[in-house]
Design a protein around this ligand. Structure first.
Ligand SMILES: Cc1cc2nc3c(=O)[nH]c(=O)nc-3n(C[C@H](O)[C@H](O)[C@H](O)COP(=O)(O)O)c2cc1C
Length: 235
């Protein structure tokens, strides 16, 4: 057990089903030993042929970190602003202050508005060793999920986003990211201002098939599972 491990660490299976996306953080910095423990977990992830093409660019409080947060923050505000309009976040149930839609819009707005103050910014990357292909993400996203779960286990929380996408050229220049490196996401980490808890997903029966496509398993979700109807309708 590393020094960074809290006395009451959450169990593996419980952690998996209760690691929510955390978009609001306290001002508390993430100490180096906790960050090191998270990165250790991230770098233990599987990858094709165990080539380990993933790299984690960790940005905390240096001058380049501040600039990267500023660049991504501006891109995030722009991207979220467009999505807010396009997906009608302010009409229908979104106009009702306490609806899930309105609450989500408030959380997203404060996330992007305060992006410059996220305690830790991580850019998970993949060093390409062959032409881009549809499977390459599989050699970087397990590391990202390890990172988020480890953050949870250590009392922190995080969010995987695509906020960097609209600002990639500027980021690449600032951080000297080579052309053959794929920037796979933007992860933010900090002490949650809210809390973790059971994630909401569709029932397992809708997502798991057996024998042939569309043939649902008859397994039950554990008691207390919370569901969402978000996502495309079941075909
Ligand atoms: C590929 C991918 C891209 C995502 N992009 C964003 C994003 O750009 N901004 C954001 O706030 N959250 C983003 N998320 C987080 C999802 O919105 C979140 O996981 C989902 O709403 C479920 O919420 P939960 O993790 O709290 O259960 C992304 C997640 C994934 C896996």
């Amino acid at each position: 057990m590393s020094n960074a491990t809290p006395a009451e660490s959450v169990g593996l299976l419980e952690g998996i089903s209760t690691t929510r996306t955390i978009r609001r953080y306290t001002d508390e910095p993430v100490p180096d030993d906790a960050l090191a423990a998270m990165m250790f977990a991230a770098t233990r992830a599987p990858s094709g042929s165990n080539r380990q093409p993933f790299r984690m660019l960790v940005l905390t409080d240096g001058p380049k970190a501040a600039e990267a947060k500023r660049i991504i923050g501006a891109a995030a505000r722009e991207t979220w602003g467009e999505k807010r309009r396009r997906d009608s976040y302010d009409t229908g149930s979104g106009a009702v202050a306490d609806s899930p839609k309105a609450r989500m819009a408030r959380v997203m707005q404060s996330y992007v508005d305060d992006f410059e103050s996220v305690p830790v910014l991580v850019l998970p990357c993949l060093v390409r060793y062959r032409a881009p292909n549809s499977l390459e993400g599989a050699s970087v996203y397990p590391a990202v999920q390890n990172l988020l779960l480890a953050a949870r286990g250590l009392g922190y929380g995080g969010a995987l986003t695509a906020w960097h996408a609209a600002a990639e050229p500027e980021l690449r220049e600032l951080l000297e990211i080579p052309d053959d490196v794929f920037v796979a996401g933007t992860v933010t980490i900090g002490k949650p201002a809210g809390s973790h808890g059971p994630v909401r997903r569709r029932p397992m029966r809708e997502l798991v098939y057996t024998e042939s496509w569309g043939e649902s398993v008859d397994w039950e979700d554990p008691p207390g599972t919370r569901f969402t109807s978000a996502g495309p309708p079941k075909r």
